[in-house]
Design a protein around this ligand. Structure first.
Ligand code: UDP
Length: 380
């Protein structure tokens, strides 16, 4: 297929990301599969990105993640500078068939503002935007800018202006899903794991309280704000509490962390992360927000660990209740479901991941959407 796509991963982190990185991880997973399908990829990112691509565009020498802690107008300034670089490149050439944009709000507005001068664009939403319709104003873009989501539920909750431009959703994927159905089983331990940023929406406070009440060992893995290791958080002192996730941790999670039944181990990565999840009796997602995509959910399935979760956001799309996990609308019931999760067949989880959540499945679906966006633009 001869299709050249400008993949805009934004200025925040290199691709692949050095540690945590949602959008950058999605791009790092998607691009190699697109190239295998014959798509030429021009990556707009930062100079430190090492992902093999056909060509690169960068404005900043390295990831500007630290700037996200600054006031909102300065955050927008960084995003704008990056996007002006992208727009300059687009104006200077005519070989880009489509822009696949992952930069929230600012990216979409810029593409729309370019109007007929811009190639058709697909903007993938990564967050739950129901509460932020103001971020997406004029989306007209002469019919050339379209939107995709990472789940049907995310799109259903999105502001109307976005829904009107939607071409559908593509679920997230994980390289762990490749051959997941053929990988040998790992001995299961007694522990339950919650993998994710420590944050009120992810509900670690609820999980920790239930672990203490019902009596199951719980491992919390993930960063607290910018702190990846417990010793770094401890060393940061009181100033760290200016970060809302740090405050949430100290006020609502830490009181349950006894270092024995409930432990916080900081961010885990690579084989350590995979072993922790694969050896768990269940992955718990005691969500309080409408999870838009849930990479950690599909990773858990790929590692053969059933998912126990509140039935929020994309969870009912990713998990089949009674087969690959257990879902409930009742927070208090989660504790009992954790105990029941051992009855589920881990091979069903792996099979589901190998069928639905591989990077190849994701890339094929995006190529379909690219074609659809180009057809719609040609008609406009
Ligand atoms: N993650 C990790 N180590 C941790 C906690 C999380 O590698 O200690 C990874 C996790 O495996 C997943 C990503 O961070 O790939 C979280 O993505 P998800 O979509 O689940 O949540 P988000 O943080 O984007 O809302």
């Amino acid at each position: 297929m001869s299709l050249t796509v400008l993949m805009n991963a934004g200025p925040w982190l290199s691709v692949p990301p050095p540690g945590y990185g949602g959008i950058e991880n999605v791009v790092a997973t998607l691009v190699p599969e697109l190239r295998r399908l014959g798509v030429r990829v021009v990556l707009a990112s930062v100079e430190t990105s090492t992902l093999p691509v056909d060509e690169r565009i960068s404005v900043f020498p390295d990831g500007q993640f630290h700037a996200l802690q600054r006031p909102y107008n300065q955050v927008c300034g960084v995003a704008q500078a990056h996007l002006h670089g992208v727009v300059r490149a687009l104006r200077a050439r005519d070989d880009i068939d489509l822009v696949h944009d992952h930069v929230e709000a600012v990216g979409l507005a810029t593409m729309a503002a370019m109007g007929r001068d811009a190639p058709p664009a697909l903007h993938t939403l990564h967050w739950d935007l129901a509460k932020h319709p103001e971020l997406y104003g004029n989306l007209d873009g002469g019919g050339r800018v379209r939107v995709s989501g990472v789940s049907a539920s995310q799109l259903a909750r999105a502001p109307r202006a976005l829904q009107e431009h939607s071409v559908g959703h593509v679920h997230l994927s994980t390289p762990l899903a490749v051959g997941a159905d053929r990988r040998p089983r790992v001995a299961k331990g007694e522990h339950v794991v919650i993998l994710g940023r420590i944050n009120p929406g992810k509900g670690q406070d609820l999980g920790a309280r239930l672990a203490r009440r019902v009596g199951f060992p719980l491992v919390l893995a993930g960063p607290v704000g910018p702190y990846h290791r417990p010793e770094d958080l401890a060393a940061a002192g009181d100033e760290a509490r200016q970060n809302p996730d740090v405050r949430f941790f100290y006020e609502h999670v830490a009181p349950h962390v006894d270092g024995d039944l409930v432990r916080w181990v900081g961010t885990v990565a690579g084989a350590e992360r995979d072993d922790l999840v694969a050896g768990a009796r269940a992955s718990l997602f005691p969500l309080r927000w409408e999870e838009p995509g849930g990479t950690a959910v599909v990773e858990s399935l790929a590692l053969g660990t059933p998912v126990v979760a509140t039935a929020r956001g994309c969870l009912p799309e990713l998990i089949e209740h009674g087969r690959t996990g257990l879902l409930t609308a009742d927070e208090e019931e989660l504790g009992d479901l954790v105990l029941a999760a051992g009855l589920l067949d881990e091979d069903e989880c792996r099979r589901e991941a190998a069928t639905r959540f591989t990077p190849e499945v994701m890339a094929q679906r995006y190529v379909e959407l690219y074609q659809q966006v180009r057809r719609l633009a040609a008609r406009s």
